[in-house]
Design a protein around this ligand. Structure first.
Ligand code: 5GP
Length: 194
């Protein structure tokens, strides 16, 4: 197999629809893919590790990075800033790696404008009821945060038509296999809709 080109892969979905599990499965199965560690001003959560899950920075540091044009995209989500480092993306592509981004839709749309060669994938939850069940079972968020996530989910789903492909995330293994298949198809210049 000849890989002809490397590009970023954007994965978006409403929060709770399983995009981090799908990204983890793609990373586990495909050694040509690296993870884009985002910058965020939100506090560290649970077992997260600084520099692995996110680069946790202060609001001043984040705003300084915006001024220095260090982000390919950034967005505000539930009162915190999140951004994708230009350097992280460029370094991975230069190493001949695909780089996968787990980001929300507003930032994703900016990213698509800045890097139209990116492959963009939207993951739907099997149903809104199932999404609500998953969010409540996580037990990491307060009741109001869950309500906001559910309302954001409706807006994010409205942005889904901007993406190259979408999948219903009802089986992480199958969905991640499908994503890997289309990454290689695109890399080889083949039709990703077949
Ligand atoms: P969480 O706080 O639950 O880790 O993430 C909240 C949301 O921010 C998720 O939808 C996640 O995909 C998104 N997100 C994480 N990193 C970035 C980023 O660099 N840019 C943007 N636009 N969204 C991000």
């Amino acid at each position: 197999m000849t890989l002809k080109k490397y590009f970023p892969i954007i994965i978006s979905s409403p929060s709770g629809a399983g995009k981090s599990s799908v990204c983890d499965a793609v990373l586990r199965k495909c050694k040509d893919v690296e993870y884009s560690v985002s910058y965020t001003t939100r506090p560290i959560r649970g077992s997260e590790v600084d520099g692995v899950d996110y680069h946790f920075v202060s609001e001043d540091e984040f705003k300084n990075m915006i001024e220095q044009d260090e982000f390919l995209e950034w967005a505000e989500y539930l009162g915190y800033y999140y951004g994708t480092s230009r350097k992280t993306i460029q370094e991975n592509l230069l190493k001949n790696k695909f780089v996968i981004l787990d980001i929300e839709t507003k930032g994703a749309l900016k990213f698509m404008r800045n890097m139209p060669e990116a492959l963009s994938i939207f993951l739907f939850p099997p149903s809104m009821k199932e999404l609500e069940r998953r969010l409540r079972s996580r037990k990491t968020d307060a009741h109001e945060v869950i309500e906001t996530r559910l309302s954001n989910a409706r807006h994010e789903i409205a942005d889904s038509w901007h993406y190259d492909r979408f999948f219903i995330n009802d089986d992480i293994e199958k969905v991640s296999d499908k994503i890997i298949e289309i990454i290689y198809k695109k890399s080889e210049g083949k039709d990703i809709y077949g």
